[in-house]
Design a protein around this ligand. Structure first.
Ligand SMILES: Cc1cc2nc3c(=O)[nH]c(=O)nc-3n(C[C@H](O)[C@H](O)[C@H](O)COP(=O)(O)OP(=O)(O)OC[C@H]3O[C@@H](n4cnc5c(N)ncnc54)[C@H](O)[C@@H]3O)c2cc1C
Length: 396
């Protein structure tokens, strides 16, 4: 018979669930940890469908600190996640991020730049002339007052990082099973107001018990927590990425370049250019269809900015889901105040991948009641109940 009782159950085995499992096992290898993932192929997990960018270019100090921590972890990740001498290959490339700012954005961009500098980040303010000098192909800088260049920002193979956390957590005793949690089991204290978490029911008819459960279900978070009486302001929102091969081949890699409109692009290995943009009309729901008709619009923006990309071929693309926290687009981290033992790691919008290392560690510290190395209480779920947003200007 399968064991039914666990010290911690993690629902969802994407970057957040796997990093949390790893950190729990590292903290105490005697813990019985179960990760329940509905698709161990991760076909629709945001982790596997992201642009995999990591940057310190945020306006909220805690978001910058989280990324600084990620940078440190990614540098040594392959060695640290080795299992029986086999290392994951994560292709961590620090090719830089260039955010372009117009007049309206300038005051906030300057404030963020000063803060990032104070925190010791590798960040430079570039004038339009400097941008042109560095990247002469960026011909149209009309309306641009400057750019912030994070030279240590970069990208990596998200799937390899996910597998790295997962296999290391498994090697230390964490269990991963494929099943879907369909209901949270809770217990209301008789006559009291407090409710505690007890376990979960799954689509395969199993019941698993634990007094500590972590919700790492990404874009599916709100739907699941409803079964425990929680209203979470997290929407699944479709985002699309396009991969093209341009006729013009840049001399070297181009940084992830983000225009004031939110349009972004960067080079990828194999002569590819990746493009994307979050748009108002992006639908809410579990829609993974990729619509290549949007490409015309994006190509227009690219061509207008860098006419050398006049000629290119659309190769492929994909759609994935942002888990958009509609209160403030920031992470929601911690125990739900009205459901004892139930922890949330949700609402990461478009910047969760790089937050995986810090979030996994923080969730572990909360569950094991340890003093956090990095205080992330600003992201506490209380703010959802109090409707008190915390603002971040660097949402893409
Ligand atoms: C197009 C796109 C571009 C992005 N670009 C970036 C970027 O450049 N940088 C960055 O940092 N972030 C980026 N993100 C965001 C990032 O991918 C996410 O924030 C991050 O991957 C969230 O991780 P997660 O573990 O919370 O969610 P997921 O990776 O989605 O994992 C959640 C898992 O839970 C499982 N699950 C759901 N419900 C259940 C259930 N009831 N029972 C069992 N299992 C369940 C799902 O199958 C899934 O595997 C991007 C996202 C997209 C879509």
């Amino acid at each position: 018979m399968k064991p039914k009782n666990f010290d911690v159950i993690i629902i969802g085995g994407g970057i957040m669930g796997s990093s949390t499992a790893y950190h729990l096992m590292m903290a105490d290898a005697s813990l019985k940890v179960l990760v329940i993932e509905k698709d161990l192929g991760y076909e629709k997990a945001s982790t596997a469908l992201s642009m995999v960018n990591a940057r310190i270019q945020f306006s909220l100090k805690e978001n910058v600190l989280i990324s600084q921590y990620a940078f440190k972890i990614l540098e040594n990740f392959e060695d640290e996640m080795a299992v029986d001498g086999v290392k994951p290959a994560i292709f961590y490339r620090r090719e830089g991020n260039l955010f372009l700012h117009d007049k309206k954005m300038e005051p906030a961009a300057r404030r963020a730049y000063d803060m990032q500098k104070d925190l010791g980040c590798a960040i430079e303010w570039w004038s339009p002339e400097k941008i042109k000098q560095k990247y002469p192909i960026y011909e149209n800088l009309e309306g641009i007052v400057g750019g912030t260049f994070g030279s240590e920002d970069g990208h990596f193979d998200a799937y390899a990082v996910l597998m790295g956390y997962k296999s290391k957590a498994k090697s230390m005793g964490a269990q991963f099973i494929q099943d879907e949690v369909v209901e949270l089991l809770t217990n209301k204290n008789p006559g009291g107001t407090m409710t505690t978490i007890q376990g979960v029911k799954t689509i395969l008819g199993e019941t698993f018990f634990s007094s500590q459960i972590v919700n790492c279900t990404g874009a599916w978070a709100a739907r699941l927590v409803k079964t425990g009486g929680i209203e979470l302001p997290v929407n699944p929102v479709k985002r699309q990425v396009f991969a093209v091969t341009p006729k013009f081949k840049p001399d070297g890699p181009l940084p992830l370049t983000v225009l004031p409109s939110g349009f972004y692009f960067r080079t990828e290995t194999g002569g590819l250019l990746l493009l994307g943009k979050s748009m108002e009309e992006d639908p809410i729901g579990f829609d993974f269809t990729w619509e290549d008709d949007r490409f015309e619009h994006l190509w227009g923006e690219l061509y207008d900015f860098a006419p050398v990309f006049e000629s290119l071929k659309l190769i492929k693309g994909w759609a994935g889901l942002y888990a958009v926290n509609t209160l403030d687009a920031n992470a929601i981290l911690g125990e739900w105040p009205q459901l004892s033992g139930f922890y949330l790691a949700n609402g990461f919008s478009g910047h969760g991948l790089q937050q995986g290392p810090a979030v996994g560690r923080y969730m572990t510290e909360l569950i094991l009641k340890r003093k956090p190395v990095l205080d992330l209480s600003i992201f506490s779920p209380e703010r959802v109940l109090l409707k008190k947003p915390i603002f971040e200007d660097g949402i893409v």
